[in-house]
Design a protein around this ligand. Sequence first.
Ligand code: UDP
Ligand code: MG
Length: 139
Amino acid sequence: MAVERTLAILKPDCVKKNLQGEVLAKIQKAGFRVLSMKQTRLTKEMAGGFYAVHKGRPFYDGLVEFMSSGPCLPIALEKTNAVADFRTLIGATDPAQASPGTIRKQFADNKGENIVHGSDSPENGRIEISFFFSESELI
Ligand code: UDP
Ligand code: MG
């Protein structure tokens, strides 16, 4: 299995609930190495651009509203098989469908406000990391 990079975002609901440390601890205990992290607040334009693949879907406007509603923490992660392993760690999009022990099952309220983002392919992992971080910040 290859060493991959994936982008996590601790979403605005995670920050509002003050769960950043607990969620990051689970990520680190699962073997992910933090290459870089920051706190930022997305504008609607940035949130819309980040989730452009979902433009036109019924949840898009609410998603853009939510992701720009407060600070979030993008985190660039590295690990063998990072993309799939991170998606296993966070669980299904809808916490009601997520497996026991996953981050979304443990902390998320609903399908929209679901605590954390994870990239869906190694290629998107690299693209999404570059949305937030420059090469010199990935250490
Ligand atoms: N989302 C939503 N309703 C849906 C599907 C998705 O509000 O029916 C939101 C949710 O915050 C999700 C994000 O849009 O995390 C991106 O959707 P995607 O299908 O890519 O889910 P993910 O990859 O985050 O599990
Ligand atoms: Mg996705």
